[in-house]
Design a protein around this ligand. Structure first.
Ligand code: AVJ
Length: 384
């Protein structure tokens, strides 16, 4: 049952979690809810406010931020769009549908790993506040909240998401199922949430679902630096990453036959119609997703099969997209543990435990923030 990964040169302890028979997410049991503990008062939704005196506080024109991001991406060569904007209320719902597709193994596999590992994780971290970046529906988090509720009676949970609607929905559900949980949602970006994290120690930052795969290498370096600086020594981070390298299953996961992946890509342009006053014919946009083994990443493009104009009303500007042109909307990187574990170590994040499925398609890493001085290599390689 316990087995070392041969390819991994680290002294981390590794657990191979047997593929827990794949449980449909909806049927995951919630003992805390069944116990019917005392009711919780309605949780609050925190919206980080801009600094007084900053431009944002003066005149945040609706759609300006999204409009600027679109303009920046369409001015880039090659053209690309920031995948963060895929997750408005519609996009978040479409992504939930993707997660339920038979081809999209990521969510199911991660849920099975978490189900098998949650008790062990809770035991190792002790009582911590769970902070989840990109929490979405929080369905998988309920597996962890179960374990923390069982071990410690209650849990603090701070979901962070850019979509207010999915946060409210998740918050309602979590509060109903975990009446003793202290839930306080943060409606904002990761960058807005980072300054709040330090004060929540002892904490565990949750970054699940291979969301880390959306970051390119430069973005990742910034991201992990911020994570490292936000956590206190001894705090934890639970990271879920896709480690699959099989081209066929990767291709299928991003090209589901029911068409939810395609709807997800098109929604980015429908959002421009809703928020930027554009009138894009989304019906003539193709969803193009391909796995590039050489770079170990899935690339997703919007392919325009006729020439169209993208208007950005808040900026009073527009962009012409030629027939046959493709726009990169998302990258989804896949990871190798033998590279990822030492990489995270350079940020003072030590892989204490790695949980994976039998098919080795997904991994959940329990990372512990160790005290280290950047640029002191000897300290980095020495585990505490
Ligand atoms: C939420 C970024 C993990 O990359 O698999 C799924 C997003 N896009 N299908 C992924 C996504 C198209 C997803 N992440």
């Amino acid at each position: 049952m316990t087995e070392k990964l041969a390819s991994l040169e680290t002294d981390s302890h590794l657990i191979e979690v047997r593929r827990a028979s794949v449980v449909p997410l909806a049927s995951v049991a919630h003992p805390a809810a069944a116990r019917g503990l005392s009711r919780i008062s309605a949780a609050h939704l925190t919206r980080p406010q801009p600094e007084p005196g900053s431009a944002g506080a003066v005149c945040p024109a609706p759609g300006l931020e999204f409009g600027l991001a679109v303009a920046r991406g369409l001015s880039d060569i090659p053209r690309r769009l920031d995948s963060r904007y895929l997750y408005d209320a519609h996009g978040s719902q479409i992504f939930e549908n993707i997660c339920r597709q038979p081809e999209y193994y990521l969510t199911r596999t991660e849920a099975a790993i978490l189900t098998a590992a949650a008790g062990d994780i809770a035991g190792r971290t002790g009582e911590v506040t769970l902070i989840e970046l990109g929490s979405g529906s929080s369905i998988k988090t309920q597996i962890l909240l179960d374990a923390y509720a069982a071990a410690y009676g209650s849990a603090g949970y701070r979901p962070v998401d850019v979509s207010a609607s999915i946060l409210k929905q998740a918050e309602k559900e979590i509060s109903a199922r975990f009446p003793t949980a202290k839930v306080e949602a943060i409606n904002g970006t990761y960058d807005e949430a980072f300054p709040l994290i330090a004060s929540l120690s002892p904490a565990m930052l949750l970054f699940l679902g291979s969301t880390a795969g959306n970051l390119d290498s430069i973005e990742a370096a910034h991201f992990w630096g911020k994570v490292s600086r936000s956590l206190q020594t001894g705090d934890y981070c639970l990271l879920g990453i896709d480690i699959n390298e099989d081209p066929k299953s990767l291709h299928d996961a991003y090209n589901d036959v029911a068409g939810h992946s395609a709807a997800f890509t098109r929604n980015l342009f429908a959002r421009m119609n809703r928020e930027l006053g554009s009138s894009i014919d989304t019906g003539s946009i193709d969803h193009l997703a391909r796995y590039v083994p050489r770079w170990r990443r899935v690339e997703i493009f919007a392919g325009f099969n006729r020439s169209q104009q993208i208007d950005i009303a808040p900026l009073d500007s527009s962009f012409r997209i030629g027939s046959g042109e493709i726009i990169l909307t998302e990258v989804s990187r896949k990871f190798r543990l033998s590279q990822m574990v030492p990489y995270l170590c350079t940020f003072g994040l030590n892989a204490e435990r790695i949980y994976t499925d039998r098919g080795r398609r997904f991994a959940v890493l329990l990372l512990k923030k160790i005290s280290f001085e950047p640029h002191q290599k000897t300290r980095i390689s020495k585990r505490s």
